[in-house]
Design a protein around this ligand. Structure first.
Ligand code: AMP
Ligand code: MG
Length: 273
C-alpha cells in the first residue's frame, strides 16, 4: 500500500458503469485498523492536514472543494465533524444545501453553488450539493425530465470550470446499506436528544430508496470525470468512513504540495524597533 496508509476502495473511472448493490458498504475484511486505531490515525492525519492547509492558505493560489453526498443518516455531518477536526476555521468553510430559497430558485440551479465555491487558499465543503439537482429533483419530479437530464452535462461543465481555475474537487458518496439506515433512523427515534435530527419525511424518503439508488448510480456514472471522479466510501462503519475520507483529503493535500510564498523582498537583517 502507498504511504497514505489506506486507499479509497472504489473510485469510479470516467465512463465506467456503477452497480451500487455490488459495492461494499462495510470495510474490507483485510483491514488492519479497528475503531480505536482508526481514531488515532484520523487524529494524526488531522495534525498533518492542519499544517498543509496552513500552507495552502499562505500560498493563496489554489483551493479544495470536498463534496459530500449520501442517503439520510449516511453521515455527512459526522464526517465533517471528525475529518475537519483541528482545521483553522478561517480557511475552511462548510456549506449545507437545503431546499432552495425563493431567491436561489429564481436563478440557474448552479448559482448558489458557484458563489459558495471556496476562495483561493481555502478548503470548502459542500454538505449536499449541486448533485441534489439530479437526485431529489429527479426522484420527486421537481422539474421536468427534459430539464434535469441536462443537469449532468452542466454539472460536468461547472466542475471543469472550477478545476481549470485551480480548485481541486474531491467528491465522496457515502454508501450505506438500507439496513444500516433503518438502524440509524431508529436510533434517532429512540433517543430524545436525537429527535431534532429526525423528521417523519425521512420515512417517506426511505420508501424511495431504490429510486434514489438508481439516481445516485446515474450521477456517479455520468459525472465521474478525469478532473472530478466520484469516490464511493463504504459508510456502514463510521470509523472506516471517516478514516478513508481523512486519508483521501490528506493525500490530496500532499499531492498538491502547497508552498509558502516567497517574501516580497529579502528581509534578512531587518529588525523591528
Ligand atoms: P438535511 O440535509 O437533512 O438538512 O435536508 C436538506 C433537504 O434539502 C434534503 O431533503 C434535500 O433533498 C433538500 N434539498 C437540497 N438541495 C435541494 C434542491 N436543489 N432541490 C430540492 N431539494 C433540495
Ligand atoms: Mg435530514
Amino acid at each position: 500500500m502507498s504511504n497514505f496508509e489506506i486507499a479509497v476502495p472504489h473510485t469510479v473511472k470516467p465512463g465506467a458503469k456503477v452497480k451500487l448493490k455490488s459495492i461494499a458498504t462495510l470495510p474490507p475484511d483485510a483491514i488492519k485498523f479497528n475503531k480505536k486505531s482508526a481514531r488515532a490515525q484520523i487524529a494524526a492525519n488531522a495534525l498533518e492536514m492542519a499544517e498543509l492547509a496552513k500552507r495552502l492558505y499562505a500560498e493563496d493560489k489554489r483551493s479544495i472543494l470536498l463534496v459530500l453526498q449520501g442517503m439520510d443518516t449516511a453521515g455527512k455531518d459526522g464526517t465533517i465533524r471528525w475529518v475537519m477536526r483541528g482545521m483553522n476555521p478561517t480557511s475552511c468553510q462548510v456549506h449545507s444545501f437545503k431546499v432552495p430559497s425563493a431567491e436561489e430558485a429564481d436563478h440557474d440551479f448552479l448559482w448558489r453553488n458557484h458563489i459558495a465555491a471556496p476562495r483561493r487558499g481555502n478548503i470548502g465543503i459542500f454538505n449536499r450539493s449541486h448533485y441534489e439537482e439530479v437526485l431529489v429533483v429527479r426522484v420527486h419530479n421537481l422539474k421536468p425530465e427534459s430539464r434535469w437530464q441536462k443537469h449532468y452535462g452542466l454539472i460536468n461543465d461547472f466542475e471543469n470550470l472550477l478545476s481549470q481555475c485551480d480548485t481541486k474537487i474531491v467528491k465522496c458518496f457515502l454508501h450505506i446499506s438500507k439496513d444500516r439506515q433503518r438502524e440509524r433512523l431508529q436510533a434517532r427515534l429512540d433517543d430524545p436528544t436525537k429527535h431534532w435530527k429526525f423528521s417523519l419525511g425521512d420515512l417517506e424518503e426511505r420508501k424511495l430508496w431504490d429510486d434514489y439508488q438508481a439516481a445516485y448510480q446515474d450521477a456517479l456514472e455520468k459525472c465521474s470525470t478525469p478532473f472530478a471522479p466520484w469516490h464511493v466510501i463504504p459508510s456502514d462503519k463510521k470509523w472506516y468512513r471517516n478514516l478513508v475520507i481523512s486519508a483521501l483529503l490528506k493525500k490530496t493535500l500532499l499531492e498538491m504540495d502547497p508552498q509558502y510564498p516567497q517574501p516580497e523582498s529579502d528581509y534578512a537583517g531587518v529588525v523591528v524597533k
